[in-house]
Design a protein around this ligand. Structure first.
Ligand SMILES: Cc1cc2nc3c(=O)[nH]c(=O)nc-3n(C[C@H](O)[C@H](O)[C@H](O)COP(=O)(O)O)c2cc1C
Length: 360
């Protein structure tokens, strides 16, 4: 538990779990680009108990990702406890439990955000999982099931009693899905009363927002999801900015204590130059060892298309990407495009809808 708190104090910017996105390759990529802590996408506890090949594949990670957590979902306390033990045996640094997923297929079974409506059931599940493992157990929730029953404060109290290491709060109710804005005032109120670390999450798109949310809400860390898909440099830039504006953190961030990748992302401004063409190779190097050619191409197209958001001729670039079926060609296309926009600032696309659905 202490190791996680120390990791957060050194780098409070955490990669949010995202299904189909925060896989082995993307977590390594984000870690190289300054994310402090990374978490897998949600993994079915039942799938683990059946030893489903596809499920087990989602739990893979490597040393470069530490500290790394594996997120589980499910409704049965014993199955969840068994899956948590499996995650511990793999050597993960912590296990995260999903209580935020709004997807009907998950909620109907009583898992994900459905547990926000049944705190006794959540308490029993927490107690079984915490008793089953020695590694820290964290949870990710929404502010509540719907506007009339926002109960993140009660969940935080329950979690503190059960020995949970942190509560990450996506600042929307389950009923809101991805509409409206994350309510950071509410997150700040929960933090004020909480007896355990709180992470805030929702709608962080710029380094300045990441740092101001952190400071204004008083949370112990912020989770960033979709923002890092538009700006892959978001973690690195947020960390550098935070170190500049939070001199009280300077001693904790002393070079001898900083993780190796954080050193590379230090505040020296020449280190903050964005190298978009070089990013393409870094992405391929991170993804390629963990998947076949077909998946590599899908991921490359997806990420390059997102990273182009706000830059000129992005639509034409995406069209060319999706017409290509050759990896070398894709790399070349992406390199050429990013070289052409290298010196430009992207347009502000914060008002445009972007990935308005997910499992938390
Ligand atoms: C495509 C997608 C998949 C997601 N999958 C998960 C998931 O597996 N587990 C989870 O707890 N949250 C999941 N989420 C929710 C995110 O972790 C995060 O709470 C949400 O996107 C709000 O943060 P953001 O505005 O920084 O993206 C997902 C979100 C998206 C967009």
């Amino acid at each position: 538990m202490k190791a996680l708190t120390i990791a957060l104090a050194k780098n409070p910017f955490v990669l949010a779990p995202m299904a189909g996105i925060t896989d082995h390759g993307f977590r390594s990529f984000m870690k190289k680009l300054g994310a402090g802590i990374v978490i897998s996408e949600l993994v079915s506890a039942t799938g683990i108990s059946y030893k489903s090949t596809r499920t087990l594949q989602l739990t893979r990670f490597d040393e470069s990702q530490r500290p790394v957590g594996i997120q589980l979902f499910g409704e049965d306390p014993l199955t969840m406890a068994e899956a948590a033990r499996f995650v511990e045996d793999l050597g993960a640094d912590f296990v995260d439990l999903n209580f935020g997923c709004p997807v009907p297929k998950v909620v109907k079974k009583g898992a994900g955000s459905a547990l926000l409506k049944d705190l006794p059931a959540m308490g029993q599940l927490l107690s079984e999982v915490v008793a089953a493992v020695k590694i820290p157990v964290t949870i990710k929730i929404r502010t509540g099931w719907e506007a009339s029953c926002r109960n993140a404060e009660d969940v935080a109290a329950l979690a503190a009693n059960e020995g949970i290491a942190w509560v990450a709060i996506h600042g929307r109710t389950r009923a809101q899905a991805y509409g409206g804005q994350a309510d950071w005032d509410y997150i700040a109120r929960v933090k004020e009363r909480a007896r355990l670390p709180i992470l805030g999450n929702g709608d962080i798109l710029t380094p300045a927002q990441a740092v101001s949310r952190l400071r204004q809400s008083g949370v112990d860390g912020v989770m960033i999801g979709r923002g890092a898909l538009k700006n892959p440099y978001l973690f690195r830039e947020a960390l550098a900015l935070w170190r500049q504006v939070a001199p009280e953190k300077a001693s904790e961030n002393a070079p001898e204590n900083a993780p190796e990748n954080a050193l590379k992302t230090g505040p020296a401004s020449q280190d903050l130059v964005r190298d978009y063409p070089g990013l393409v190779e870094m992405l391929v190097d991170s993804i390629a060892p963990h998947c076949d050619e077909r998946i590599l191409q899908i991921q490359l197209k997806k990420f390059a298309a997102w990273f182009a958001t706000g830059y000129p001729n992005a639509a034409q670039f995406r069209k060319s990407l999706y017409q290509s079926a050759d990896t070398q060609d894709l790399v070349l296309l992406a390199r050429e495009y990013f070289a052409s926009v290298q010196e430009l600032q992207p347009a502000d696309t914060s008002a445009e809808a972007f990935l308005m659905g997910g499992h938390g």
